[in-house]
Design a protein around this ligand. Structure first.
Ligand SMILES: NC(=O)c1ccc[n+]([C@@H]2O[C@H](COP(=O)([O-])OP(=O)(O)OC[C@H]3O[C@@H](n4cnc5c(N)ncnc54)[C@H](O)[C@@H]3O)[C@@H](O)[C@H]2O)c1
Ligand SMILES: [Zn+2]
Length: 366
């Protein structure tokens, strides 16, 4: 299709495309009809949030209507607070009232919060109905809309209740990024930098050699490259029992930073930015990571408005909470855990170490 880039996800029993390009929301109805994602004349239940809905739910609903579908828009409060168990009940009630059946589709329109929430709703409503993803944040386009993880939060922790459930298709409209606040762009860039570090030297060089305006104009290429990388990892390890862990580079430290400083102080991307730099520095001190890698990460982080270190007060808070938060991180397992270490920019590997050793690594990257 003209102007649209496609990344295909191939899994046992499910094959679907991620479409990436400009002006795609306005064409979404036609695309859904042509690709037979939605049966002709059916209802579409659009789940969005209070920031994204006023901007994009109207055009998406119109495009669906023009293709002969009947749209219903359901808007939840923007922010992580909406992605919880209690928030699902009113959505299910509305779906029942609107007569949504398993012949119909859920459309997730928004960032990772809308995507995870709407995806989980689709996963369990009437034992599962189909859904499409329309990611509108950079983080959702390169990360959360790819890989089939859907979830909601509990008071005890994030993403603790969820499932693996892939959409029938993903439509990433690059034009939606124009309204994304700059802090959220930087947040997504942290994940882009992560992809470059774990597996693509050329992408890392491209990120280092271009300013933000240049990168924005090439963003469809960059999103496609990140989706391909995540797709490759997910195809090798769909249920996250091995290889998929490499996507966690910078995240072990990042999660501890997020939790120790209470959620919301740093965005997720800002916390993993600090985590990635710190892990590279620790790797260099152990002569595992090529010298100079941490410095090149630091300059890219600065270039994209991301932090790379903590203040002394923040350091103290993280140290105090380190072991406690490490243990409640659900990916932490028992005494041993797997962390992702860099050999150099573009090459990473998995390493099994104890919780105590993780803390030593953190301290050595100081
Ligand atoms: N499923 C997965 O594999 C996976 C992976 C990574 C993250 N996640 C989840 O993703 C969530 C974070 O995603 P996020 O950063 O996109 O958060 P988000 O959905 O809260 O979006 C961030 C903010 O940007 C706004 N926004 C989104 N798109 C916009 C646009 N085009 N214009 C203007 N404003 C816009 C949102 O309303 C929100 O205020 C977390 O809940 C996290 O757990 C899931
Ligand atoms: Zn992340």
């Amino acid at each position: 299709m003209e102007g649209i880039k496609e990344v295909w996800v191939n899994l046992p029993g499910k094959r679907y495309p991620i479409l990436c390009g400009r002006g795609l929301l306005a064409r979404a109805g036609q695309i859904s009809l042509e690709r037979q994602w939605i049966r002709s004349g059916r209802k579409v239940f659009i789940i969005t949030d209070t920031h994204v809905g006023p901007l994009y739910a109207g055009p998406l609903a119109k495009s669906m209507e023009n293709a002969g579908f009947s749209p219903v828009i359901h808007t939840v409060e923007a922010g992580e607070g909406s992605k919880d168990f209690d928030g699902m009940k009113p959505v299910f009630s509305r779906m029942i009232r609107e007569g949504i059946t398993r012949e119909d589709k859920v459309l997730a329109l928004g960032g990772g919060v809308a995507g995870d929430f709407a995806g989980f709703i689709a996963h369990i409503y009437m034992r599962g109905i189909g859904f499409l993803q329309f990611p509108t944040s950079l983080l959702a386009q390169v990360d959360s809309s790819v890989g089939g993880k859907v979830a909601v939060n509990l008071d005890e922790g994030k993403n603790l209740i969820g499932g693996f459930c892939h959409p029938d298709g993903v439509i990433s409209d690059m034009d939606t990024l124009h309204t994304l606040p700059s802090r959220q762009i930087a947040d997504g860039m942290a994940e882009v930098i992560k992809y470059a570090l774990i597996g693509d030297r050329d992408l890392f060089a491209r990120l280092a050699g271009s300013d933000s305006a240049e990168l924005m104009s090439q963003m469809d290429d960059i999103v496609v490259r990140c989706c391909e990388m995540k797709r490759d990892v997910v195809e090798r390890d769909e249920k996250d029992t091995g290889d998929r862990m490499i996507l966690n580079f910078g995240h072990t430290f990042g999660h501890i930073i997020e939790k120790s400083l209470t959620y919301g102080f740093f965005t997720h991307g800002e916390a993993i930015a600090v985590g990635m730099y710190r892990m590279a520095l620790a790797g260099e001190k152990l002569a595992i990571t090529r010298p100079g890698t941490a410095e090149s990460i630091r300059s890219i982080l600065i270039q994209h408005g991301l932090p790379w270190k903590l203040t002394p007060e923040q350091e103290e808070k993280v140290e105090q909470n380190f072991q406690k938060t490490l243990r409640i991180d659900k990916k932490g397992g028992q005494e041993d855990m797997t962390i992702i270490m860099l050999k150099s920019a573009g090459h990473c590997f998995r390493m099994k170490i104890t919780h105590k050793e993780v803390e030593k690594l953190w301290q050595s990257g100081r």
